[in-house]
Write a protein that binds this ligand. Structure first.
Ligand code: ES4
Ligand code: ZN
Length: 326
């Protein structure tokens, strides 16, 4: 069996995927036309050509602009469904995607519109594709904690439709502790919590995500490698890191894939997982991320299998379901 087939047949969970980041240029164009929006691009090739960024902020500026074509419940359904078809093709049996409500509510789209479109697609995937999912509501960290509280309130009528809250967007200057109270409130309401930390930000942000937000997982966390004491904690407590290799190289967290530390972390016993982050922007879905590790870091089949097992273990699935998949 070749490596692509081997990776595809491994049952995998995806734990770090921004639905807005799965908006492919072709669908962006289609939704723009459907909604009477004029894009600043002549065609699909021009959209792709505009994806020039070499840090997180430059990427985010383009990503938020792309999300403007999402307007109706059907748009959010189509976005989510297209992603789920990719999951099916690549052996992702369970996914825990993020959505960024503030990206949409701040431009006048109601929370109800987006949650209904996304949830309907996730439900249909369960019955038609055999893919299970838990949704994660992510707060934008460049906005205020007050705005995050308002978003959580707005979401409460739909509390059974998401399992966790997260924290994403511009990391530098927006440390986890800025959101300590809203995360405490979310936990008190019974939600799991995750946060992006240690992507561009320092190991100190990983420490504060753990100690001040009490998160269940760290999204990215690759810069923890710089801090031996933090590495030991991650290993001792088996705190999952949702690592996104193609994202990290596109945003120059690592200069080259051959510099990526994920397999070193894996071999040291850190609970690392492989994920695609924003696949429409970073050049690949989850299988392409595994393949990049094979091509640039000589990932072995045993390492690939362990990464896939980790993804199931690090998910929020009940233990019985985890065991039945692994
Ligand atoms: C993101 Cl790569 C990344 N980092 C932080 N926030 C994000 N939102 C979407 N992609
Ligand atoms: Zn992310």
């Amino acid at each position: 069996m070749n490596m692509t087939d081997f990776i595809t047949q491994l049952p995998k969970a995806e734990l770090h995927l921004h639905l807005e980041g799965s908006l492919e240029p072709a669908l962006m164009m289609q939704l723009a036309n459907r909604n009477g929006i004029t894009l600043p691009y002549a065609d699909i090739a021009a959209i792709k050509a505009a994806y020039q960024f070499s840090n997180l902020q430059d990427f985010l500026d383009i990503y938020y602009q792309g999300a403007n074509v999402l307007q109706t419940e059907q748009d959010f359904f189509d976005l989510t469904w297209a992603y789920l078809l990719r999951c099916k093709a690549q052996g992702v049996v369970h996914t825990e995607p993020f959505f960024d409500p503030q990206t949409h509510t701040d431009r006048g789209i109601s929370f109800k519109v987006l949650i209904k479109g996304i949830s309907a697609a996730l439900k249909q995937a369960e019955t038609e594709l055999g893919i299970s999912s838990y949704l994660i509501l992510s707060f934008l960290r460049h906005l205020s904690e007050e705005a995050a509280f308002e978003t959580l309130e707005m979401a409460m009528p739909y509390r059974d439709q998401f399992i966790a809250v997260g924290l994403d967007s511009s990391e530098m200057g927006h440390p986890p502790e800025k959101f300590q109270r809203v995360f405490a409130k979310a936990r008190a309401k019974g939600f799991k919590t995750v946060a992006h930390a240690g992507e561009e930000g320092p190991p100190a942000y990983v420490w504060s995500a753990l100690d001040q937000l009490n998160v269940d997982r760290i999204d990215h966390g690759v810069r923890a490698y710089e801090d031996a004491e933090l590495m030991q904690r991650l290993i001792d407590e088996q705190i999952p890191l949702t690592v996104c290799p193609l994202s990290n190289t596109r945003l120059k967290v690592f200069a080259d894939m051959s510099d990526h530390t994920i397999l070193k972390m894996l071999d040291q016993g850190v609970m690392v997982t492989v994920n695609s982050d924003d696949p429409a922007y970073f050049g690949g879905y989850v299988a392409e991320n595994y393949m990049a590790l094979y091509e640039s870091l000589a990932m072995s089949p045993a390492q690939a299998r362990q990464l896939a097992i980790n993804s199931i273990k690090a998910s929020f699935l009940p233990d019985e379901r985890k065991l039945s998949i692994i």
